[in-house]
Design a protein around this ligand. Structure first.
Ligand SMILES: [Zn+2]
Length: 417
């Protein structure tokens, strides 16, 4: 019982049938959103989903764009743990802090939610070649699912992308083109021209399907909380596909009558390039260019301008009563160490959600009684130089000699006595 019914345009509200690989609205060029017949959605679907723990996010397939008779491109995406925190919540002053650990996805980042769904849907519509641009994580995810789907993939990688991530994209079989540019605005002009020329694009929001995968965050989180929304969800923001997708999921659950209120959405950017934060501070609904994306370690969310002026991300933040928060690189390294002590290896951009909470709590934007979910979007193993910078150095050197080892260790702490 798939409930996806049509695309609808954000601007002119025209409907477009789902059986075409549409990108922007054919009538006005606006962003498209997938609509569902949620009046037919019921707790029965959610109960059935709850019984399927072996297929990751595909247990929500009734509420995703999935063509009849197609097999999911399943690599283990979805159903990542929503961790309670041992020390982190107390350290920040939010005892009910949960960490959504999406570092455990197949390619080590949350991007797999979106690409698993969007690439599978594109394949069912007959798409044979496609492209996206990326700072690394999206490219690796796209390359992986495109390889599984048999789609010819080209990834335009930003020149700030680290070599480990670029190598992964090539390893998965995609054609990699390094992108030289001065501002993200040039990237958007370039990828828009490709899409207008008929090349199928997986760039966030131009592609209307990727954030459908991201909405499974909302389903997984609300289910884990006993079909309640958290008070606050914190998400790093580059183009904002994750935050917008989650926001769509929460709104769908409320329309279905499954949850009765929505969370406040907090978006986080590095202070070196924080166009969304700047726009929010000025009360604007569209973000212009701001900052220098090369001056932060948070490569995955570094961009001096958000695609489409960040209109959807800003809408989610305003509608939800949330905030946009900027964090410094020092905050990111501190957050990486705090997450490390909880068993979560975050890349700097992924630690941004925890870094933002340190600030949000201090400023009183989040209270000690709030149930807060911080999404950790990508693995630190993919940005090894940053991991080395964040980690404390070794405690010392010692020879593999019994006397020397005993001298360094001193007297043992007797446990259980
Ligand atoms: Zn339109």
């Amino acid at each position: 019982m798939n409930l996806a019914s049509h695309y609808v345009c954000d601007d002119c509200h025209a409907r477009t049938p789902l059986d075409t690989p549409a990108l922007l609205c054919p009538a006005c060029g606006g962003l498209l959103e997938i609509e569902y017949d949620l009046t037919r959605a019921s707790r029965e679907i959610l109960t059935r989903a709850a019984g399927r723990r072996d297929i990751g996010l595909w247990r929500w397939a009734d509420l995703l764009p999935v063509a009849d008779g197609t097999e999911p491109l399943y690599l283990g995406e979805g159903d990542t743990p929503l961790l309670t925190t041992r020390l982190l919540g107390d350290r920040i002053g939010i005892p009910n802090l949960r960490v959504k650990n999406d570092t455990l996805m197949p390619t080590g980042s949350f991007k797999d939610r979106g690409f698993a769904v969007a690439v599978g849907f594109a394949r069912s519509l007959g798409v044979e070649e496609a492209f996206t641009y990326s700072s690394g994580n999206a490219g690796a995810s796209f390359a992986t699912y495109a390889a599984r789907a048999g789609i010819d993939a080209t990834v335009l990688v930003e020149d700030v992308a680290n070599p480990t991530k670029v190598a992964a994209i090539s390893l998965y079989g995609a054609r990699v083109l390094r992108l030289r540019y001065r501002s993200s605005l040039e990237i958007f002009a370039g990828v828009s021209a490709l899409a207008e020329a008929g090349f199928y694009s997986f760039v966030n929001f131009i592609n209307p399907v990727r954030h459908e995968g991201m909405k499974t965050y909302a389903y997984e989180i609300c289910e884990a909380l006993g079909w309640r929304a958290p008070d606050v969800m914190v998400h790093p923001v580059g183009t904002g596909g994750g935050l917008w997708g989650a926001w769509k999921g929460f709104r769908e659950l409320r329309r279905m009558g499954v949850i009765d209120r929505l969370p406040r959405m907090i978006g986080v950017q590095p202070s070196a390039s924080a166009p969304i934060v700047r726009a929010f501070a000025d009360g604007r609904t569209t973000a212009g260019a701001h900052g220098d994306a090369t001056r932060t370690v948070a490569q995955s969310i570094a961009g001096d301008a958000p695609i489409q002026g960040g209109v959807r991300v800003l809408r989610a933040i305003y509608e939800s009563g949330g905030r946009a928060v900027a964090v410094d690189d020092g905050d990111l390294f501190e957050a990486m160490r705090l997450l490390g002590a909880e068993g979560v290896t975050a890349e700097p951009s992924a630690a941004a959600s925890v870094a933002a909470l340190l600030r949000a709590r201090a400023q009183g934007w989040v209270s000690k009684d709030d149930v807060v979910v911080a999404v950790v979007t990508g693995s630190g193993q993919k940005q090894p130089d940053a991991l080395e910078r964040a980690a404390p150095p070794p405690a010392g050197d010692v020879r593999a000699d019994p006397d020397e080892l005993l001298a360094v260790f001193g007297a043992p702490v007797r446990s259980g006595g």
